[in-house]
Design a protein around this ligand. Structure first.
Ligand SMILES: Cc1cc2nc3c(=O)[nH]c(=O)nc-3n(C[C@H](O)[C@H](O)[C@H](O)COP(=O)(O)OP(=O)(O)OC[C@H]3O[C@@H](n4cnc5c(N)ncnc54)[C@H](O)[C@@H]3O)c2cc1C
Length: 490
């Protein structure tokens, strides 16, 4: 089989690239190793309820905001988006004290200033910087190319920025409080912190019926444009000749897909494994990618609830029993933080399912690597039960009656993500970007193989917003940047 472009992986990054390139008239094919498409967008159904595995909410969907034009282009605005409460889309609870994040920068400042009146001017400076960086999101496309490795946004630390701008320790904690969406530590570039937080302050949205609808909508459109998407096609080798990739071999030789161009949406360490025999990939490059640290993983407790017990809340709750938020994913803070996400009810005012997300380190599950899902043994099951119980106990402090309302509990660990998405170490957000090691951690879309490009959360910025921007950059390698700019209207 011969295509113009073969895309490996049907996560958001892969599907967006397929959509753009199919729209440009190219014959595209997406190869997915799993039996279901979507990667971290996958939802699962149990007892007529939909549970999300990765994606839970996005920011910036309204006209004029960061994600709007992109989602309009990708025909995703028609999905059942549910806008979260504008007075409080995220509630941050630290040692029992509650704070609200409101939408709109002015409203955000006013709301937090009620708790921290002496910090109002500092909050204004904080907000101004977030907007300045947010407004630079499309600079690469406007001829004002951001040189990632030189930009102060990338080399400046998010933590140092907050420490310099805010002089109240409690407010510093609160501003870090919605950050299960990224790995907070001293290495986190300000750019990533600001882009993500800015887009959610603009506006915040859940999707009724599960994140999988994003993948399904893209797949429908790609197929309408003549693209092919094949599941259960695990790429096991990329064959290259004279520095160019020729074909992707799936399932150890079961089939081969030829193309002029290839894009990998998988973790770059996986991509290198497919090229084990290539002379174009130097050992030093392989080792660099293999040894680059990845973000923490996530343990999710999916709760199926009895009917009419737990009122739906149109906002998220971030609950902490620590003030050490910049290290909340480290072992010393285990069990002290959760994000509570309510699924939008299919009808009525009560939710039937809630997800509790907490960071989990790869080392906690590493010894079961290589075992099969559902057959990892009692010790692994006991670890999951213990984790789930501690998350439920923390949630129960703020959600009346939740323990008695639970009908069923499902869980997933970083090992689940590792096995389903091929993510190195089950990392929730892929390669951990480090402002001190930009060359090593902000990977380019190009690879040492001339016609092989990378996309997805390991490149540039993670999350739905980051992966969408990167898809444009990956496709620009094939279509040219001018075509992308005109096509998207940038
Ligand atoms: C628990 C969790 C919660 C999250 N919550 C949010 C949120 O609320 N908002 C937000 O914006 N972001 C969130 N994210 C992040 C967001 O979901 C991801 O950044 C994004 O979906 C990643 O997309 P991707 O295409 O880069 O990778 P992936 O979704 O990992 O896709 C990679 C795909 O490649 C496939 N693949 C790998 N190897 C092969 C192979 N050999 N052959 C064929 N196919 C292969 C995989 O099976 C997978 O389908 C969350 C992530 C996690 C884990």
């Amino acid at each position: 089989m011969k295509y113009d472009v073969v895309i490996i992986g049907s996560g958001l990054g892969g599907l967006l690239c397929a959509y753009i390139l199919a729209k440009s008239g190219r014959h595209v094919c997406v190869l997915e190793q799993n039996q279901a498409i979507g990667g971290c967008l996958q939802s699962f159904r149990r007892n007529d309820l939909t549970f999300d595995t990765g994606f839970h909410y996005i920011g910036g969907l309204e006209e004029g905001q960061s994600l709007h034009n992109l989602f309009r282009y990708f025909n995703l605005l028609h999905l059942p988006w549910q806008k979260l409460d504008t007075d409080c889309f995220d509630e941050i609870i630290i040692h029992g004290k509650k704070y609200q994040f409101a939408n709109g920068h002015e409203h955000f400042i006013e709301t937090l200033s009620k708790e921290f009146p002496h910090q109002k001017e500092n909050l204004r400076q904080y907000s101004k910087k977030l907007q300045e960086i947010g407004n630079a999101l499309f600079d690469n496309f406007k001829g004002k190319a951001i040189d990632f490795y030189e930009s102060p946004y990338f080399t400046q630390s998010a933590k140092e920025f907050i420490d310099k701008t805010i002089d109240d320790d409690d407010l510093k904690c609160v501003l870090a409080g919605a950050s299960l969406k990224m790995q907070l530590d001293e290495h986190l570039p300000l750019y990533i912190y600001a882009q993500i937080n800015n887009s959610f302050i603009e506006s915040a949205w859940r999707i009724k019926g599960g994140g999988m609808q994003i993948a399904e909508s893209l797949v429908n459109d790609i197929r309408k444009m003549g693209g092919d998407i094949f599941c259960k096609q695990k790429v096991t080798q990329l064959v290259d000749e004279d520095g160019r990739a020729k074909r992707a071999i799936v399932n150890h030789g079961e089939a081969a897909y030829e193309a002029d161009f290839f894009i990998s949406d998988a973790h770059p360490a996986r991509t290198n494994e497919w090229l084990e025999e290539s002379k174009s990939i130097r050992k030093v490059y392989r080792n660099r990618i293999k040894n680059t640290p990845n973000s923490f993983g996530i343990f999710t407790t999916h709760l199926q609830l009895k009917e009419n017990r737990i009122p739906y809340r149109n906002y998220n709750q971030y609950i902490y029993e620590t003030k050490d938020l910049w290290h909340f994913s480290e072992s010393s803070n285990e069990g002290k933080s959760i994000l509570v996400n309510y699924q939008v009810p299919e009808k009525g005012n009560f939710t039937r399912n809630i997800d509790l997300l907490t960071p989990m380190r790869w080392e906690e599950v590493q010894k079961w690597e290589g075992t099969h899902i559902g057959q990892r043994g009692e010790e692994y099951e006991a670890l999951k039960r213990e984790k789930a119980n501690s998350c439920i106990a923390l949630a129960a402090k703020y959600i009346d009656g939740i323990e008695k309302a639970i009908e069923r509990v499902y869980t997933s660990t970083p090992l689940t993500y590792h096995d389903y998405t091929g993510t190195q170490c089950g990392a929730a957000y892929g390669i951990q970007k480090d402002r001190n090691k930009l060359l090593q951690t902000i990977l380019p879309t190009q690879t040492p193989i001339k016609n092989l490009y990378q996309t997805g959360q390991n490149i540039n910025l993670h999350g739905i917003l980051g992966v969408s921007i990167t898809a444009l950059l990956s496709c620009a390698e094939i279509t040219g940047m001018d075509w992308i700019k005109e096509e998207i209207g940038l």
